[in-house]
Design a protein around this ligand. Sequence first.
Ligand SMILES: [Zn+2]
Length: 184
Amino acid sequence: MHVLLVIGHSKHSKGAKNLRHKNRLNEYDLNSKIAPLLRSSIIAAGHKCTIITGNSVRQKVSKVNTYNADIMVSLHLNAFKGYNKDAHGCEVLIQKGDLSSGILASVLLEKFSNVISTNRGVKQRTKRKRGGLILCATNATIRVLAEPLFIDGTEGLMMLDADFTDNIAMLYAEGILEYIERMC
Ligand SMILES: [Zn+2]
């Protein structure tokens, strides 16, 4: 299997951040640390894995489409306007009606729910909705966009301090590898 990991946002526009955190952690920097850890686990299990970055979603879409990969996971973190202490929970987005990708989304949510208090479920997206373009315009067979937690809620703030990147990378790896095993 060939798995693509698309890092959400870019080094010029880093996505959501936690304004209350001492290091003002942001989505792009955290996912840039998670992706190589996750890649190592996927490769160790005998699969191919490529990390995709880019300055815009369109640029990432064209990079993704050069691979015809089996699985694409777009790595994000959720946010509610910079800070809302009550914002919490994990969700995974898929293209509207793409029930095959919905299976991977559910497996990932199962894993995230081991450490995140609320499973907000699988959300279906059309091309024009937030996160929709990378899901709808790419050609990987299975495509999901994951938001394991709210970076700007109290729960996120607590998570960010506790071996966060290792833990999240491990949950992603368990989910992706379990999905591949189930499907093969
Ligand atoms: Zn994002």
